[in-house]
Design a protein around this ligand. Structure first.
Ligand SMILES: [Ca+2]
Ligand SMILES: [Ca+2]
Ligand SMILES: [Ca+2]
Ligand SMILES: [Ca+2]
Length: 460
């Protein structure tokens, strides 16, 4: 994980409602928000010393509080009703580890071999998916040490200020009930995302179900705490208390698709607070220009990576995916390649590539070498990938499914507990995801999104 510096202080007292009446660009909003935070001033008015060292006198880190303001812009609704779409025990013991190979391997993580085209040293995120305790403190509020992970994937965006570890009661196969140590919207933190609560805690081990001594979660329930978890639907916030999920074990079966939604490409809500915008902008318009007209966003049950560590690259559509189109005669045509005009009876479809990953190739930031699509590429490692399309709307309406064949010439996806490209012999890593065929939700007429927001009050 890239280091996140505590550059901002933020008063949690008071907020004003914003009503969004016109087109909004997420990037300027992020800049405005960041300015507002700075104007809000620093100081221990809430009794926390905000030094982020995680001692008992600290509240959650300032960065965490900045991230958990209630702002949703053009966030997708993935179903008609509030639901948990998945909550699989993801991976074990690798969250909160010092960023060196020895420590990561000792914790059961992995450390990739990676060579940058530029000759530069790889960012540590290109080498391991294990974040440091300090990195966890920035995005989850407090440091944790060798914790396990579980993403709770919702059908509607959540109201970040209501998200706490006390919202999630897990039942283990032993009958024990546990709560996580921390919870965050990270890494699904753009204003048009925020559907996933990632929780870290002590949930189990890597032994398979049925083995002597195996410990793993069998279910998750949203329970009522002082700030009941809220999801935001078409009529505003609703309580998530009582929602449940059972099953799912990352060492038995890897991540899958839980949604695929086709929309007119719209960058409203792209972006995040500046502290967290290292891989932004990463939208289809930024990567592919004005030809990019449609966004087929896939939503996943866990992190998606070719090996658990390495980023998915914007030019890797055909490595992982194909699209199903229903033809006028009732048959199925597969769209498998980027940069090809598929000419159907009802018009043309061209797959430009993938987005919501990282920056476009060639981008230069500071003293870093230009971004390249290689082993050292860093994406946002969240639960969304966009398949960016050009062509005719009538043809788009014939897209029925996104498929992950995960076989033959197609690679499977691993969550961040996967083996990497140089696994430690004898260590159990998470399993690859299965073949998957996800029906496409048509959102060309009704975009099925919500916007809801408040920003910290400024003090003139
Ligand atoms: Ca809560
Ligand atoms: Ca993203
Ligand atoms: Ca994005
Ligand atoms: Ca993403």
């Amino acid at each position: 994980m890239k280091p996140v510096h505590h550059a901002a202080c933020f008063s949690s007292h008071g907020s004003i409602k914003l009503s969004f009446t016109g087109p909004l660009d997420g990037i300027p909003l992020a800049a405005v928000l960041f300015t507002a935070v700075l104007l809000g001033g620093c100081g221990g008015g809430d009794g926390s010393d905000d030094d982020g060292d995680g001692d008992a006198t600290d509240g959650p880190s300032a960065a965490y509080r900045l991230l958990h303001q209630d702002i949703l812009i053009n966030a997708d609704l993935w179903r008609d009703t509030p639901q948990i779409l998945s909550a699989s025990y993801a991976f074990e013991g690798i969250i909160g580890v010092d960023d060196n190979e020895e420590a990561v391997r000792a914790a059961g993580g992995t450390w990739n071999q990676a060579v940058c085209t530029s000759g530069a040293e790889p960012d540590v995120r290109a080498l391991t998916s294990s974040p440091t305790p300090q990195g966890v403190a920035a995005t989850f509020g407090y440091p944790v040490y060798e914790n396990d992970a579980l993403p709770v994937v919702f059908s509607w965006p959540l109201l970040p200020s209501t998200l706490d570890p006390t919202d999630f009661r897990l039942t283990l196969n032993t009958g024990e009930r546990v709560f996580p140590n921390v919870a965050s919207i990270s890494p699904n933190l753009e204003y048009n995302e925020r559907h996933v609560a990632v929780i870290f805690g002590e949930f189990g081990n890597r032994l398979p179900p049925g083995a002597d001594g195996a410990v793993y979660p069998t279910g998750v329930e949203i329970v009522e705490d002082d700030t009941p978890l809220m999801l935001v639907g078409p009529d505003g916030p609703v309580s998530a208390v009582g929602l449940t999920w059972t099953g799912g074990h990352g060492y038995v079966s890897g991540p899958t698709l839980v949604g695929a939604k086709l929309s007119h490409l719209n960058t409203m809500g792209e972006g995040a607070p500046a502290l967290f915008a290292g891989q932004l902008p990463n939208d289809g318009a930024t990567l592919y220009g004005p030809e990019a007209r449609y966004r087929l966003r896939v939503y996943t049950s866990g992190g998606f990576s070719a090996d658990g560590v390495r980023s998915v690259l914007p030019d890797e559509f055909s490595r992982f995916f194909r699209l199903h189109v229903s033809t006028a005669s009732g048959g199925v045509e597969w769209l498998t390649q980027t940069g090809v005009d598929y000419v159907l009876e009802m018009g043309r479809i061209r797959i430009l590539g993938l987005a919501d990953l990282g920056l476009p190739a060639g981008t230069v930031t500071g003293d870093d070498p230009p971004v390249a699509y290689d082993d050292c590429y860093i994406e946002d490692h969240d639960n969304y990938i966009d398949i960016v399309l050009a062509g005719d709307e009538a043809a788009m309406r014939r897209i029925t499914h996104v498929e992950i064949p995960a076989d033959g010439v197609y690679s499977a996806f691993y969550n961040p507990g996967g083996p990497g490209n140089d696994p430690t012999p004898g260590v159990t890593y998470t399993a690859p995801g299965p073949a998957d065929l996800e029906p496409v939700i048509m959102a060309l007429d009704d975009p099925m999104t919500v916007t809801y927001g408040a920003v910290p009050e400024t003090h003139p």
